[in-house]
Design a protein around this ligand. Structure first.
Ligand SMILES: C[S@@+](CC[C@H](N)C(=O)[O-])C[C@H]1O[C@@H](n2cnc3c(N)ncnc32)[C@H](O)[C@@H]1O
Length: 203
C-alpha cells in the first residue's frame, strides 16, 4: 500500500474494482493478446482469481526481486523484497519472442552462451537518473516501475507496430518504453500531475 487515494479501497471494493477493469481489458484485448499485471502479495490472489474468472490463461507469475528493497522496520516478519507480475493471455497463439529475450537476458550460461529468460527478475527499485523527480527533488511517483521490466514485457509479448495499452499509466514508463521499442501505445491515468509528467517523458 502506498499513501495515495487510489490505494485505499476496502477489500470488497477492491475485488469489485479488479474484476471490473480486468473484464474491460479482456473486452478490448485482441485474440492472442497478452496482459501483464504488476502486483504485490497483498493483491496477487485477487488478480489471479479475476484473470481466471474472465478466462485468461495464466502463463507465468514473474517474481521481481528488488535488489535494493527497504529494510523491515517492525522486525516481526521477513523483509519484503519481491513483487509479482502476472502474465495472462487471451487465446492460444500468444506472442512470445523467446530468442529476443535470450539476447537481452543479462544472465549467461557457464560457457558464456545465451540463456533462457527465467521468471525471476533481479532489478533495483528505480533510482538515480531514471527516477522522475518533482521540483522539490522528491520522487514524482511512488511506484515508478523499472524501465528494464517494461522492456522485457514489451519485447516478450509484442512485435514492432503492435499496440500496447496501460490503463494505470502513472509516470508513463510503459508508454515511454513502448515508443522506444517501436510499438504504438495508449496510456490512461487519472491524476493530472502524472499525465503531465508522462507526456513530458514520452516527448
Ligand atoms: C501503480 S501506479 C502505476 C505506476 C506506473 N507503472 C509507473 O511506472 O509509473 C497506478 C496508477 O494508476 C492511477 N489510477 C488509479 N486508479 C485509476 C483509474 N481508475 N483510472 C486511471 N488511472 C488510475 C494512479 O493515479 C497511479 O498513478
Amino acid at each position: 500500500m502506498v499513501n495515495e487515494e487510489w490505494d485505499k479501497m476496502s477489500d470488497k471494493k477492491y475485488v469489485q474494482f479488479t474484476n471490473k477493469w480486468i473484464k474491460a481489458c479482456h473486452d478490448v484485448l485482441k485474440e492472442n493478446g497478452s496482459i501483464y499485471i504488476s502486483c504485490t502479495y497483498h493483491n496477487l490472489a485477487e488478480v489471479m482469481s479475476a484473470l481466471r474468472k474472465y478466462k485468461f490463461k495464466i502463463n507465468n507469475v514473474i517474481v521481481w526481486q528488488k535488489t535494493n528493497s527497504m529494510p523491515n522496520m517492525t522486525k516481526r516478519v521477513f523483509t519484503h523484497s519481491v513483487e509479482f507480475v502476472v502474465w495472462g493471455v487471451k487465446g492460444k497463439k500468444w506472442v512470445f519472442n523467446y530468442d529476443e529475450l535470450k539476447k537481452i537476458n543479462p544472465e549467461r550460461q557457464k560457457d558464456g552462451s545465451l540463456k533462457q529468460m527465467r521468471d525471476v527478475w533481479l532489478m533495483p527499485l528505480v533510482q538515480g537518473k531514471e527516477r522522475l523527480r518533482s521540483t522539490n527533488g522528491r520522487a514524482l511517483h511512488p511506484t515508478q516501475k523499472p524501465e528494464e521490466m517494461l522492456k522485457r514485457i514489451i519485447i516478450a509479448s509484442s512485435n514492432k507496430g503492435d499496440l500496447v495499452l496501460d490503463p494505470f499509466l502513472g509516470s508513463g514508463t510503459t508508454t515511454a518504453i513502448a515508443k522506444r521499442l517501436g510499438r504504438q501505445w495508449i496510456g490512461i491515468e487519472k491524476e493530472t500531475k502524472y499525465i503531465e509528467a508522462a507526456q513530458k517523458r514520452i516527448k
